[in-house]
Design a protein around this ligand. Structure first.
Ligand SMILES: *Cc1c(COP(=O)(O)O)cnc(C)c1O
Length: 384
């Protein structure tokens, strides 16, 4: 955590880091500095370093300071989306001929970025089962510059041992990147476990209200932080002032929301594991989950994402999604409202036919913070 907040607990940091009272008015919340440029006091006489809002904007700075403190890093950077953050990171770390190891279970958009975009610039990639550290070791080449991990993963809720993979990456001279979107920094802090870079889609739990798209990178290494900041400005996919403000507002309740997301998910999992039409429940909180012990070691609780498979294949899974009422049928996740989706036809359609293809009978839930009883009743009726 940044020095001034290093002795404070997460809930306090979430509310206060970066949120200093406005020096002009005393406003207790950072104002939305909806501005592109700044008056200079004589040529080059910048006030507080602000020159042009692509390079820096006070509302974004407040969020970036908050992000760094939340992940226990030195530098936080806010982008227009999670994928914009990923793109900036990949183009900072990798060049033609470099190699990256990616998980066999990753967000579909991340896979598409590697397979269809970055690969055109001569970046090589191979797929590993990152839940098995030896599979990561086996995928390394002398040109490997980065290992990409998503834990828990989307949508199969696979768990990767961050500490073990960090060690393997370090020995190979590669950077370990952890997509921490599903856990949020309240449940898991990858930098403390040895990761080099944390990635977030702030669209999900950080924003938390399904009203903003945003992304983040957090690092501990000051030099890497500078390189990323250079690329952020040079490429330009920055978070706007209003979007930054919305995410800052969302983060203030992150801890209480995540506690409730986890509690509600546990109730849902308990019901699903007993349901006759459910053939498998994927949730790291289950003792039977292969990554349960690692998840219990590196996460505070198991989060709000639950996937399950239903009897009757693809048609049955799609029918469950169609019948749900309180669970809104939609992509995305991490908002206060519960969502349901069919990954094979929706979020993960872009990985069809690849090593990352997901089961056709899979349903994914983003369990919200409504009454758990109401959520259970809706799932019961949707399962028929
Ligand atoms: C949504 C998501 C992303 C991409 O973020 P966007 O904000 O949609 O660009 C990356 N990783 C994970 C795990 C996600 O769920």
């Amino acid at each position: 955590m940044s020095d001034s907040h290093s002795s404070q607990n997460f809930e306090t940091v979430a509310i206060h880091a970066g949120n200093t009272a406005d020096p002009l008015t005393g406003a207790v919340v950072p104002p939305i500095y909806q501005v592109s440029t700044y008056k200079q006091d004589g040529v080059g006489g910048l006030r507080g370093g602000y020159e042009y809002s692509r390079s820096a904007n006070p509302t974004r700075t407040a969020l970036e300071e908050n992000l760094a403190a939340l992940e226990g890093g030195r530098r936080g950077l806010a982008f227009a989306s999670g994928l914009a953050a990923e793109d900036c990171l990949l183009r900072t770390l990798l060049g033609p001929g470099d190699h990256v190891v990616i998980p066999n279970d990753a967000y579909g958009g991340t896979f598409r970025l590697f397979a269809k975009v970055v690969s055109r610039w001569g970046v090589e990639w191979s797929v590993a089962d990152t839940s098995d550290p030896e599979s990561v070791r086996a995928a390394l080449t002398p040109r490997t510059k980065a290992v990409w991990v998503e834990t828990p993963s989307n949508p199969l809720l696979g768990i990767t041992d961050i500490e073990a993979v960090a060690q393997i990456a370090r020995e190979a001279g590669a950077k370990l990147v952890v997509d921490n979107t599903f856990a949020s920094p309240y449940l898991q802090q990858p930098l403390a476990l040895g990761a080099d870079v944390v990635v977030h889609s702030m669209t999900k739990y950080m924003g938390g209200h399904s009203d903003v798209v945003g992304g983040a990178l957090v690092v501990n290494d000051a030099e890497l932080g500078e390189e990323l900041a250079f690329h952020q400005n040079a490429m330009g996919a920055v978070a706007g002032p209003f979007d930054s403000w919305l995410v800052l507002r969302g983060i203030k309740t992150l801890a209480v929301r995540m506690d409730r997301h986890s509690e509600n998910a546990e109730r849902v999992v308990e019901m699903l594991t007993r349901h006759a039409r459910v053939t498998k429940v994927l949730y790291p909180g289950l003792a039977s989950h292969p990554g349960h012990e690692v998840a219990a070691k590196q996460m505070k609780s198991f989060g709000g994402m639950v996937s399950f498979q239903v009897e009757g294949g693809e048609e049955a899974a799609v029918a469950v999604c169609d019948r749900a009422r309180l669970f809104t049928l939609g992509e995305s996740l991490g908002g206060v409202e519960s969502l349901i989706e069919h990954p094979g036809r929706m979020t993960h359609a872009s990985v069809a036919g690849s090593a990352l293809e997901v089961p056709a009978d899979l349903v994914r839930l983003s369990v919200g913070i409504e009454s758990a009883d109401d959520l259970l009743a809706d799932l019961q009726q949707a399962l028929g």
